[in-house]
Design a protein around this ligand. Structure first.
Ligand code: HEM
Length: 461
């Protein structure tokens, strides 16, 4: 006999709606995990939703023979703009199968290396901006990292320069995408019947979707009219063939995935860089070690591709940051075999068709795996020799199984490169030395109100 999964008592009709802060759901779930333990349930919109916040039940959920990706309510809304693109496709959708097999090689080591020069170009724009601003201008850390990651993915997936560092107003595509994501988040919290009363919001939402699609269509038409041998993601989608069936991606599938790469590929990486900067600023010895590593491996010349493979401490800092602050804060799993499943060695029942949300921030801070100092930033524990010894499912910021992040090598190269260039060129300090970390949540999480100063280092050989 299975046991009742714990959870807060709900109210008639509305269930646990008042236990969740719609502006920071992750924070609410974390507090509930502190109270109810590594597995709990909530009644939302008349349905039970299950939450896992500890390593043990999570490691069962990563078993692809029993569970698979579930499309949670927020992602269902994102489908309104990104359709059956890789990120939002339902399990088994044909579009996903074709796009996955066609695009996986485009994220392999050589194609990612081929994107280095464009990533370098965009990162140089950030360095120039900070150098021009001078040491007395406060930098909004998340804003500038968002400019960096947006422009990098846009040039590789859309062959479009957003020029975010040169403009004060966002590119129309970016504005539409950001507003679309915010509204997708709002819609998941509204009952379906209430949705029709939001007429103005619905119109704006549809306009934003149309704008994203028309930009994607223009880009596609332009590339088809002017074929190039560029080895970018756009060409992988336009020219590539499914190695299994020989099929090509339909135009709709290409456009859905252009939008998908932009959505999935910018905020997560910008958040990773912002949190890493925060942790380095709060941990001077890690900061010094990271900077010394860059100085000894790169020196004062340009950062080259080969250098990015020789910066183990920088990589450990990124890994440790994503352990403490996974910028995609969770993902959903559902039973995959057409019958109910159990968790915690058979103790708790997960009915077929229900979704379990994996609360990564809690799972990756489980003291049973990371010890009593699990909440502390200690990049040493993520150096290769220690990282390899961690239990399989203890570090999963890029998701799991076939639905794990296809963009991981892209994000990694971009992140290591940007950090190396920043540490090589600047001394950073917090604008407010007493800054306490607090979180801004959309589909992803970022540090809120984080400002710093960047002083050029000059010649430091
Ligand atoms: C999937 C995290 C960067 C594209 C995922 C998933 C996670 C994740 C957790 C799985 C979601 C789920 O199971 O529902 C991250 C993090 C990133 C990052 C933390 C940066 C630090 C990127 C980049 C791209 C990208 C740069 C594009 C170039 C995707 C796509 C999927 C995905 C397309 C869906 C894969 C599929 O289901 O086939 N990512 N991501 N991500 N990510 Fe990333």
């Amino acid at each position: 006999m299975s046991e009742e999964i714990p959870g807060p008592p709900g109210l008639p009709f509305v269930g646990n709606v008042f236990d969740i802060d719609p502006n920071n759901t992750i924070n609410s779930f974390s507090h509930l995990a502190d109270k109810y333990g590594p597995i709990f349930k909530l009644s939302v919109g008349g349905q039970w939703r299950y939450f896992v916040a500890g390593f043990e039940p999570f490691s069962e959920l990563t078993d692809d023979k029993r569970f698979r990706k579930g499309i949670a309510p927020a992602l269902k809304q994102v489908r309104n703009g990104a359709g059956s693109g890789l990120f939002t496709a339902f399990h088994g959708e044909h579009d996903w199968e074709i796009a996955h097999r066609t695009l996986l090689p485009a994220f392999g080591p050589l194609p990612i290396q081929n994107m280095f020069d464009e990533m370098y170009d965009i990162a140089s724009q950030l360095i120039l901006k900070w150098a021009r601003n001078g040491p007395g201008t406060p930098i909004s850390v998340t804003d500038d990292f968002t400019r960096l990651t947006l422009d990098s993915i846009a040039i590789c997936a859309l062959d479009t320069r957003f020029n975010s560092f040169a403009r004060t107003e966002q590119h129309p595509f970016v504005k539409a995408m950001v507003d679309f994501l915010v509204e997708s988040g709002n819609r998941q919290n509204r009952p379906a019947v209430a949705q029709m009363f939001y007429r103005e919001a619905n119109k704006k939402y549809n306009d934003d979707i149309n704008l994203m699609h028309s930009v994607a269509q223009e880009v596609l038409d332009r590339r088809r009219k002017n074929p190039s041998d560029k080895k970018d993601l756009l060409n992988a989608m336009v020219i590539g063939k499914d190695p299994k069936t020989g099929e090509q991606l339909s135009d709709e599938n290409i456009m859905n995935n252009m939008i998908t790469f932009l959505i999935a590929g910018h905020e997560t990486t910008a958040g990773m860089l912002s949190f890493t900067t925060y942790y380095l600023l709060k941990n001077p010895s890690a900061y010094r070690r990271a900077q010394q590593e860059v100085d000894s491996v790169v020196g004062t010349g340009p950062v080259k591709y080969e250098h990015t493979k020789k910066l183990p401490f920088i990589e450990a800092c990124l890994r440790e940051t994503l352990r403490l602050e996974p910028t995609a804060p969770g993902f959903s799993r559902e039973p995959s075999q057409g019958h109910d499943e159990t968790l915690c060695g058979g103790k708790y029942l997960i009915p077929d068709g229900s979704k379990v949300f994996c609360l990564l921030q809690k799972i990756q801070r489980d003291p049973a795996v990371f010890g009593e100092d699990a909440d502390e930033f200690k990049p040493e524990r993520m150096l290769d020799e220690n990282f390899q010894k961690l239990p399989g499912s203890s570090w999963k910021p890029f998701g799991t199984g076939p639905r794990g992040c296809i963009g991981r090598p892209f994000a990694w190269q971009e992140g290591v490169l940007a950090l190396a260039m920043i540490l090589q060129n600047f001394e950073l300090r917090l604008a407010d030395p007493g800054y306490q970390l607090h979180i801004k949540q959309t589909l992803t999480v970022k540090p809120a109100d984080l400002y710093m100063y960047a002083t050029p280092r000059g010649d430091h050989t």
